[in-house]
Design a protein around this ligand. Structure first.
Ligand code: NDP
Length: 295
């Protein structure tokens, strides 16, 4: 048996399509399109690529995007003033401040300054607390996308043993909260975990968000496990070119797992699709409208 390869691009395209179809009803009710403001500080090439992709997908979904580019020398106070202006702008439903920010800016201070109702990244402590306590709120995009992929393959997660490797605030911790809410029995592993292989061996679902190339080996996996690989690691080829690999040794996992996400083309596209969904959900919540049932 070879694992099914989970087509993140196809799942993401389907979600973006559901967002696109739901936009006109909002526009008709409010007399405007949902709006996403993206703030990009500095010249980090990867951030520029991410922002370009996010803006292009926003347009595909029929939503309005507003881009603010600031030099890396921008003062923290000026960035906070921009966030305050976006908070006050009724035509802006979602605010995304692309990370990383330059070292002289306190990222936590900026993220806390975003109106939690417009926090489409789901990074504000209010939204993190809502997720942890089971209240409705905006959920971080990458783990949201992972959950959609897991459920598409595994269905009901009640009683499943799920392992999340990595405990960052943007992926690992919210992923563990989402899987817990879905009634999986969740283990959250990190760099101090003893015998990671042993935890992997017991997991029906493995979500890897580590940032270490192929740290999870194929022969650690439980047969028929569902594997979601969040990792995006650039490694060198012998000829000097580079390629992206995940946190899971993909070729080794193929004969063991039931299903696995590829890198690239797995989790990455879902992250952007969930950002668009969050923007539309934020727009509805701010307007006092019920969320579209199709989302
Ligand atoms: P962080 O660096 O913030 O967190 C990494 C986590 O992995 C930490 O909790 C760390 O433990 C843990 N860890 C590190 N080494 C090991 C190890 N050997 N064994 C077990 N755990 C370990 O990373 P992010 O969560 O931000 O991102 C993780 C990966 O996902 C990266 O490759 C990133 O590029 C990718 N990513 C992909 C996205 C997408 O859309 N596809 C979106 C976001 C991230 P400790 O806490 O103890 O230090």
């Amino acid at each position: 048996m070879t694992a099914a390869i989970i087509d993140g691009k196809a799942h993401a395209a389907a979600l973006v399509d559901r967002v696109r179809v739901a936009v006109p009803a909002f526009a008709a009710a409010r007399g405007r399109m949902p709006g996403l403001a993206v703030v990009l500080v500095g010249d980090d090439p990867a951030s520029h690529v991410y922002v370009r992709n996010k803006l292009a997908r926003t347009a595909t979904a029929g939503m309005r995007s507003i881009e603010h580019r600031l030099p890396s020398s921008v003062a923290e106070a000026d960035l906070l003033a921009l966030v305050a202006a976006l908070n006050a702008d009724d035509a802006v439903d979602g605010i995304l401040v692309q990370l990383p920010l330059p070292p002289h800016i306190d990222s936590a201070k900026v993220l806390v300054a975003v109106d939690p109702g417009k926090d489409v990244d789901g990074f504000h402590p209010v939204n993190a607390g809502r997720l942890a306590t089971g209240l409705p709120g905006l959920v971080p995009c990458t783990p949201s996308g992972c959950l959609i992929l897991v459920k598409a393959v595994a269905g009901d997660l009640g009683g499943a043993d799920a392992l999340v490797v990595g405990r960052s605030n943007i992926v690992g911790k919210p992923m563990a909260a989402l899987l817990t809410a879905a009634s999986a029995t969740v283990t959250l592993a990190h760099s101090r975990t003893r015998d990671l292989a042993d935890h992997v061996r017991r997991a029906d679902v493995v979500v890897a968000a580590v940032g270490v190339p192929e740290v999870i080996r194929g022969d650690w996996l439980k047969p028929e496990a569902v594997v979601i690989d969040v990792g995006m690691n650039r490694v060198a080829n012998p000829d000097g070119t580079t390629r992206l690999v995940g946190d899971v040794a993909f070729a080794e996992a193929l004969p063991v797992a039931r299903a696995i996400t590829p890198v690239p083309g797995g989790v990455g596209p879902m992250t952007i699709a969930c950002l668009l969904r969050n923007t539309l959900l934020a727009a509805h919540a701010r307007a006092g409208l019920p969320a579209p049932v199709t989302l």
